[in-house]
Design a protein around this ligand. Structure first.
Ligand SMILES: [Zn+2]
Length: 251
């Protein structure tokens, strides 16, 4: 038996009454686990098998390193405030999907666990801008995926950039003043947008204070990070569509 602290990234129904959970745990990293009977409302596991729930799980894991089976579990934090808010739930789904897609099975990372836990916690905090949190998380995921952009040198001539007005997806980084025409599809950005991206790369998420980022900067960050992720990760994110729909109709 293994006792792990974990966050539920995803749940999939299995048969009439069971669920298969994708957990991200502090001790074992990402792991799949079968929750028998968890779809029954009166099951002891029903509450803990909800997306984004943080709990302790007692897992039986066979020798063949396959899926674990949950024998007992206990909720430590249900993050109910996230599930009850359409926007927060959409952001959290995207954070969970990023984690799921970029983490290999059974590769523990205590720092990533702490990051995920902190971001979910901050999503429930009205002082923290969820969009900024998600951009910060995306930046951290680029590191994990091994596609961290170089933000301190021009992506075309490699000289240090003090300030940059465009970001080139093609070259994979900011362009200096002399090179900004080297990629006609490069995205325009304010100097503060690049500064923010640089800050995100080195930032301990727990130190994120109250965030006030202008809408234009948020739009630029979204555009740059999305295009960059699409180009270099090759992953199609299911949860993004829902997030886009919400913003489109401003529910
Ligand atoms: Zn240059």
């Amino acid at each position: 038996m293994n006792k792990v602290e974990a966050i539920v990234l995803r749940t999939v129904d299995y048969g009439e009454t069971h669920k298969i959970l994708t957990l991200y745990s502090a001790q074992m990293g990402k792991i799949a686990a079968l929750a028998r009977g968890a779809k029954k409302p009166r099951s002891d596991l029903a509450a803990v098998c909800q997306p984004f729930t943080y709990g302790t799980f007692l897992l039986y894991i066979g020798e063949r390193q396959g899926m674990g089976t949950i024998s007992q579990a206990e909720v430590l934090d249900s993050f109910r405030a996230i599930r009850e808010d359409l926007f927060k739930a959409a952001y959290a789904s995207y954070v969970a999907e990023l984690t799921d897609r970029f983490c290999a099975d059974r590769e523990p990372s205590p720092s990533l666990f702490l990051l995920l836990q902190t971001v979910l916690h901050y999503l429930t905090d009205e002082d923290k801008d969820p969009e900024v949190l998600v951009r910060l998380y995306e930046t951290k995921m680029l590191d994990l995926a091994g596609i961290r952009p170089e933000l301190y040198h021009c992506a075309h001539c490699f000289r240090p950039v003090e300030t940059s007005i465009r970001f080139s997806i093609l070259h994979g980084g900011p362009l200096c003043g002399a090179c900004h025409q080297s990629d006609e599809r490069a995205v325009w950005m304010k100097p503060v947008t690049l500064k923010l991206m640089q800050t995100f790369q080195g930032m301990d998420v727990r130190r994120l204070g109250q965030t006030r980022v202008g809408d234009d900067v948020k739009r630029q960050l979204n555009k740059i990070l999305r295009q960059y992720l699409d180009e270099y990760s090759g992953v199609q994110f299911r949860s993004r569509g829902f997030l886009d729909q919400l913003h489109k109709y401003e529910i």
